[in-house]
Design a protein around this ligand. Structure first.
Ligand SMILES: *Cc1c(COP(=O)(O)O)cnc(C)c1O
Length: 375
């Protein structure tokens, strides 16, 4: 069993993927070739955003989004304490200060009710993350941002395809960013990402930033980055897009099977009724995580931890840390564990994994009872 099964997906899509790759090899336009525009049009259509700008990675997408809204040294950007490091990294790279907000224990998304308290006259943006595949409380977050006249950038690296109150992730705020890292719900075979916005001015700025701030060939009106996604990776995402909605549905079915078996028996991440998750991860919270992981490994079940430390507790971010401010993130970082999930798993896999997980808890209960008897 693999934690993320990309081989089965390739087997299912082999003719489409091979054909798309061969087409790129035949025309040879490896940078900004026709598949780049084709993918951008398809993804803009898919999300409902007016503009899609593909990017070299999810991290580059976030970086260009922050550059486009003019984030500079001294600015503050509010984000969650509990995410992949890239969310905060781009803020610090621009010389700005990340202001970390705690999370909700049952979704691990940013706790929107704690955001306003962190806004100062220096706050220039809010970056909520749609963690594990489920959008954060975007209406509440957008309302706070509107009140203070600041933009919201959704880090939708894990949530592409999720729906929030009838709208798609990455089209829920000023700018949405996603990643096509191979293990994400919609992945390529290398690095890739995309930015979404319905603001034509920001879209134009980000298109220029992506090519070294170039407005016309060799005319550089702003300082940019090398931020393009290559044609081959766009071709692969185009091929995978054919099956993407089916894959999301399968992920959600697998998620529902896990819920049936685990929801009443242990702490499981909850999906709010007004939105969907694309289950980039299926995550539970356990005590004694290391021993649970070891017991599952013995049965051939791989697990992963997203994430073992809140961002402000990482040494490179210690200067932005204020420990007492994110007790939930600290607690969850010690307990969360993600189980294998993917569109090519079946109900029997879920039963095997869930039974093994529940058995580790019984084993612990027996050990605890024996310890009490012996005492
Ligand atoms: C994966 C991920 C990123 C970064 O995406 P890359 O394509 O790997 O650069 C950013 N934020 C979150 C929440 C992620 O999961």
């Amino acid at each position: 069993m693999e934690f993320i099964d990309l081989k089965s997906q390739y087997e299912a899509l082999r003719p489409e993927i091979n054909k798309r790759i061969q087409t790129v090899l035949d025309h040879g336009n490896y940078i900004m070739g026709p598949e780049v525009q084709e993918l951008e049009a398809r993804l803009a259509d898919y999300t409902g955003a007016s503009h899609c700008i593909t990017a070299a990675s999810g991290t580059e997408a976030l970086l260009m989004a922050l550059m486009a809204i003019g984030i500079k040294p001294g600015d503050e950007v509010i984000t969650t304490a509990f995410s992949f490091i890239a969310t905060a990294e781009v803020i610090v790279l621009l010389g700005a200060t990340p202001v970390f907000v705690d999370i909700e224990p049952d979704t691990c998304n940013i706790n929107a009710s704690l955001i306003e308290h962190s806004i100062t006259e220096k706050t220039r943006a809010i970056i909520p993350v749609s963690l594990y595949g489920q959008p954060a409380d975007m209406d509440e977050i957008n309302a706070i941002a509107d009140k203070h006249g600041i933009p919201v950038i959704e880090d939708g690296a894990q949530s592409f395809g999720a729906v929030y109150k009838g709208r798609k992730s990455c089209n829920l705020s000023t700018i949405g960013c996603t990643s096509f890292f191979p293990s994400k719900p919609l992945g390529c075979y290398g690095d890739g990402g995309a930015i979404f916005t319905s603001d034509a001015r920001l879209a134009q700025i980000m298109r220029e930033l992506r090519v070294h701030g170039q407005s016309k060939r060799y005319v550089h009106s702003r300082v940019g980055v090398g931020g393009r996604m290559d044609t081959m990776q766009c071709a692969i995402v185009l091929a995978k897009l054919e099956r993407f909605d089916w894959e999301i549905q399968r992920r959600q079915e697998i998620g529902a099977h896990y819920n049936e078996r685990l929801n009443d028996r242990m702490e499981v991440m909850q999906v709010r009724p007004d939105r969907s998750s694309v289950f980039a991860q299926y995550t539970v919270a356990v005590e004694n995580r290391q021993s649970v992981q070891a017991m599952l490994k013995e049965k051939g079940i791989p697990t992963a931890v997203h994430y073992p430390l809140p961002i402000p507790l990482q040494s490179a971010y210690a200067q932005f840390c204020c420990l007492e401010q994110y007790p939930i993130a600290v607690t969850m970082s010690r307990k969360v564990m993600s189980l294998p999930i993917g569109p090519y798993m079946n109900k029997e896999d879920v039963a095997y994994i869930s039974d093994a997980l529940l058995a580790t808890r019984r084993r612990r209960a027996v050990h605890a009872a024996m310890a009490t008897l012996n005492a």
